[in-house]
Ligand binder design. Structure first.
Ligand SMILES: *Cc1c(COP(=O)(O)O)cnc(C)c1O
Length: 431
């Protein structure tokens, strides 16, 4: 039984089942909105409709109730939500925001929208979220905020990081795009910092095509987010707002159709997550039998939301490099239906450490003269976050074979593929 990567028969050819969460309920909700004739009710002026239409406001109320926060603010993406959140802190050009290098790019680039400077701290060896001790070493008198990320669905170290933030008077922005339904000490991920943001894009646990929601208990932060969402510059005068810091508004408005879909998706979240968690338990029981594989740690007192299942691979134990091993497992498995172009949902590493991206490495953002980096001493260079680099280039692999659409018989094929490559790893390049 030769490995597929060496020309043998793959374990499975039939695509895995599509992950489709929308159905008749969403269809009906969308039709109701279309029948109403009103696809968005926003007005970019100080007016009752400044806060949007019925669906947007109902979604915000339901989201706030579900996540037990005072304010929920719907936006057209989590990226927009991050931009609102950074602006709402009242940040000044040239101030610093501590960010993670191991996340979707927007959680690190958001400060640049306000000409503020992202400062990368390293991640935790076991949980892959920002490391509290490394954050503390990066705080300066210019630090205004920390953007923590509940990466892969794991809540950040809220106890330690919130304490550091309070001590230094900086705001904690929590990017919970990958963690709806994760919990820490009885609180929802997203509600652990001063202000949280969720994503409703097509890849996330629940979605409305595109969309995002900001949450906070702070009245002032909420008001500034609503202003930035919807043309603050044209609204502040009528509203009587005197603090004009970062009151250049954008159009980050969610449509009534997306809000109607998101309301139904929110009702499905707990059920979808419980299937996801069953799949995690099932695959872990088998994967953890392979001596080179370590399944994800879960922070004490936390419930992980498993956006992806991020494991570790010990090349020394295996005698082959992680990259060769994962490449071989990929060759044994098919893609998911409807997501052909995304390939097999298994990869070595996650995203390249963000400070190695051209924008940071070449220090070029606005125009050609290096602004705003040219105003700052902050460095971006290989080697600056060694844990992140080791995880990305050597140890971590992540897969999505835990999606709620996967049945135990589908997961059995995944386990067979891992076992096959493990037993035949002598066919792979040896270390
Ligand atoms: C998906 C994602 C985002 C961006 O979400 P959009 O809604 O696509 O803007 C931000 N941060 C993290 C961690 C994400 O996974």
């Amino acid at each position: 039984m030769k490995l597929a990567i060496n020309g043998g028969e793959p374990v499975r050819k039939k695509p895995f089942p599509a992950y489709v969460t929308v159905g008749e309920e969403e269809k009906k909700a969308v039709c109701d909105v279309i029948d109403s004739g009103c696809l968005s009710k926003y007005l970019g002026a100080w007016h009752e409709q400044f806060k949007g239409g019925e669906q947007v406001r109902a979604l915000e109320q339901e989201w706030a109730d579900y996540f037990k926060v005072k304010h929920a603010i719907a936006v057209n993406s989590c990226t927009s939500g991050l931009y609102c959140a950074v602006g709402a802190t009242g940040i000044e050009p040239g101030e610093e925001v501590i960010v993670s290098p191991y996340t979707m790019s927007a959680s690190a680039t958001a400060p640049l929208v306000y000409n503020a400077i992202p400062v990368f701290a390293d991640i935790e060896e076991d949980c892959y979220c920002l490391s509290a001790s490394d954050i503390e070493s990066k705080i300066t008198s210019r630090t205004r905020a920390i953007i923590v990320v509940d990466i892969f669905g794991q809540p950040y170290d809220a106890e330690a990081i919130n304490a550091i933030a309070r001590k230094h008077g900086v705001t904690v922005i929590e990017d919970a795009a990958q963690a709806p339904g994760a919990m820490l000490a009885g609180k929802h991920a997203g509600a652990l910092g001063d202000i949280g943001v969720f994503s409703l894009n097509y890849h996330k646990h629940i979605h409305s095509g595109e969309g995002g929601v900001i949450v906070t208990d702070d009245d002032e932060l909420a008001q500034r987010c609503r202003l930035i969402r919807n043309h603050a510059e044209a609204v502040v005068e009528g509203m009587g707002v005197s603090d004009l810091r970062n009151m250049i508004g954008f159009n980050y408005r969610m449509t009534e159709i997306e809000a109607a879909i998101a309301r139904i998706q929110l009702q499905k979240l707990a059920g979808l997550n419980s299937k996801r968690f069953d799949n995690v338990a099932y695959i872990e029981k088998h994967l953890s039998a392979l001596p080179a594989i370590q399944t994800p740690a879960v922070r004490p007192d936390a419930e992980h939301a498993y956006y992806v299942h991020a494991c570790r691979f010990d090349s020394d134990i295996a005698g082959v490099h992680r990259n060769d091993f994962i490449q071989a497992v990929r060759a044994e498995l098919p893609h998911h239906e409807l997501r052909e172009q995304e390939g097999v949902k298994l990869g070595a590493g996650y995203v390249k450490p963000l400070y190695l991206q051209p924008m940071f490495a070449k220090r070029m953002a606005y125009g050609s003269q290096g602004y705003p980096f040219s105003e700052s001493q902050v460095e971006y260079r290989q080697g600056m976050c060694p844990v992140t680099e080791r995880m990305h280039f050597e140890e971590l692999f992540a897969h999505e074979f835990i999606l709620p659409s996967m049945q135990p018989s589908d997961i059995d094929d995944v386990i067979t593929a891992f076992n096959k490559v493990w037993e035949h790893r002598d066919e792979l390049p040896q270390l």
